[in-house]
Design a protein around this ligand. Structure first.
Ligand SMILES: *Cc1c(COP(=O)(O)O)cnc(C)c1O
Length: 403
C-alpha cells in the first residue's frame, strides 16, 4: 500500500510518488496508455470532462494517464502545487517564455543559459519585439540593477552550463518580485534532490527531463512546476501549440526516476571526488565545480544546494591539442553531447553545448577552448578516477615526446 506522501523523504517519493491512482487491477507498475482519445457513452459526462469540470481525459494532446503520473512525481519532488510536461526540455522553456511574454515586454536573464535557451533570447524573442537583457552571470549587482529597471520575466539557470556558475536564487527572486516579475529557474543541472528553487522564491521551475530525471539517455522530455495559476496558463499554451510528452517517453522517464536518489547520491559523490583530484593535478588549469571550496560561488551553493550535482568542467593546460589527445583515451565515458545519464559523458563545449558560438564568443563567455565538460555517471568512483589518471598521463607523455 502507498502511504501518505507528506512525511516521507525525496528518495522514497521518487519511488512511490504519484503512482497510486493509475495502478490497474492490482498492477504494481504504471500502465502505458497509448490511446489517443477517450470515449464517453453519456454526452453530459463527456461535456463536463471536456470543460474541465470533471476529472478524465479527452484527447492525447491535452492529457494522458501515464503522462499525468510523471507530472505528479516531479510535482511532489519540487514541492509544487501543479506541474505540466512537454516533448522536450526546450519545448518546456519556449512554451513558458511564449506564454508570459508579449511585444513590448522585457526579460532579464544571464549570458550563460543553455545554448538553445540563448538562441530563443537572441534569435526568436526579438522578432516578437520582446526586449532581452542578458547579464554577466557572476554579477549579482548588475542583475539586480537590470531587474529594478522593470521586467516581466526573470529567467535563471543554476548551476550553469558549462562553467558551473551559481546564482543566488533567493536574492534575485526578491528583486524580481519587487517589480512584479515572474521568476523562472532551469533546475536541470541540480535536480530537485539537490536544489528546490520554489522554496527559494522562484515561481516556476523547469527541467529537461532528458537529463538527470530520466537518467538513461533513452527518452526526451520536459516538465515545469509552480503555482496552479501559472502552470494552468502554460498548460493551455502547450495543449494548443502541441509540444506534448509521448506516453512511452513518460513511462521511460518514470522508470528512470525510481532510482533518482541513488543515482544523484553517487553522481554527487563522484563529481566532488573527481573535482578535488583534478584541482591538484599539475596538467589541469582550472576546475569548475560548485562543491569546491575554491569555487567563486561556493558560499551561495552551500546555502541553496543539498549536493553539488554530477557535472563538472575542467581546462587542460595543453589547450585544444591536449583535449584532442585526452578524450579518446577515456575508457569509461561516451564522447557525446548529453549529461545526467548512468554512463559518464564527456565532451568539449566547443562541439557540444556551445557549437553555434564563434571562438571569440566562447572566449567572451569565459569558456576556454581546452575546456572539457564531464558528467559523472553511476560507475564506481575509483574506476572513474583511474580512468582520468591514465588519460592525463597519456597526454603528459605525448606532450613530453613532442616537445
Ligand atoms: C539539455 C538541456 C536543456 C534542453 O533540454 P532538451 O530536453 O534537450 O530539449 C535545457 N536546459 C538545460 C540546462 C539542459 O541541460
Amino acid at each position: 500500500m502507498i502511504k501518505s506522501h507528506q512525511e516521507i523523504l525525496d528518495g522514497t517519493r521518487s519511488v512511490w510518488g504519484g503512482e497510486e491512482e493509475s495502478l490497474l487491477q492490482g498492477a504494481t507498475q504504471v500502465p502505458v496508455v497509448h490511446s489517443v482519445s477517450y470515449g464517453y457513452p453519456d454526452i453530459d459526462t463527456w461535456h463536463e470532462v471536456a470543460l474541465g469540470k470533471k476529472r478524465g481525459h479527452i484527447y492525447g494532446r491535452n492529457t494522458n494517464p501515464t503522462v499525468e503520473v510523471f507530472e505528479e512525481k516531479v510535482r511532489l519532488l519540487e514541492g509544487a502545487e501543479a506541474a505540466t510536461s512537454f516533448s522536450t526540455g526546450m519545448a518546456a522553456i519556449s512554451n513558458v517564455l511564449f506564454t508570459f511574454l508579449s511585444p513590448g515586454d522585457r526579460v532579464v536573464s544571464i549570458k550563460d543559459t543553455y545554448g538553445g535557451t540563448n538562441k530563443i533570447f537572441l534569435e526568436f524573442l526579438p522578432r516578437f519585439h520582446v526586449e532581452v537583457q542578458l547579464c554577466d552571470t557572476h554579477d549579482h549587482d548588475v542583475l539586480e540593477e537590470e531587474i529594478a529597471r522593470g521586467c516581466r520575466v526573470l529567467y535563471l539557470e543554476t548551476p550553469t552550463n558549462p562553467t558551473l556558475k551559481v546564482i543566488d536564487i533567493q536574492r534575485l527572486a526578491r528583486a524580481a518580485h519587487r517589480v512584479g516579475a515572474i521568476v523562472v529557474v532551469d533546475n536541470t543541472f541540480a535536480t530537485p534532490l539537490n536544489q528546490k528553487p520554489l522554496t527559494l522564491g522562484a515561481d516556476l521551475v523547469i527541467h529537461s527531463a532528458t537529463k538527470f530525471l530520466g537518467g538513461h539517455a533513452d527518452a526526451l522530455g520536459g516538465v515545469i512546476c509552480g503555482s496552479k495559476h501559472l502552470v494552468k496558463q502554460v498548460y493551455h499554451y502547450r495543449e494548443i501549440n502541441g509540444a506534448t510528452l509521448d506516453p512511452m517517453a513518460a513511462y521511460l522517464l518514470l522508470r528512470g526516476m525510481k532510482t533518482l536518489h541513488l543515482r544523484i547520491r553517487q553522481q554527487n559523490h563522484s563529481a566532488l571526488t573527481i573535482a578535488r583530484f583534478l584541482e591538484n593535478h599539475s596538467d589541469v588549469d582550472n576546475v569548475y565545480y560548485p562543491g569546491l571550496d575554491s569555487h567563486v560561488h561556493h558560499g551561495i551553493a552551500k546555502e541553496q544546494m543539498k549536493g553539488y550535482g554530477g557535472v563538472l568542467s575542467f581546462a587542460l593546460k595543453g589547450g585544444l591539442e591536449a583535449v584532442r589527445r585526452f578524450l579518446p583515451r577515456l575508457r569509461h565515458a561516451h564522447l557525446a553531447a548529453n549529461l545526467g545519464s548512468v554512463e559518464t559523458v564527456a565532451g568539449p563545449p566547443r562541439t557540444t553545448s556551445h557549437v553555434e558560438c564563434s571562438e571569440e564568443e566562447r572566449q567572451a563567455m569565459g569558456i576556454p577552448e581546452g575546456l572539457i565538460r564531464y558528467s559523472a555517471g553511476i560507475e564506481e568512483t575509483d574506476d572513474l578516477l583511474q580512468d582520468l589518471k591514465q588519460a592525463l598521463e597519456a597526454v603528459h607523455e605525448a606532450g613530453v615526446k613532442t616537445s
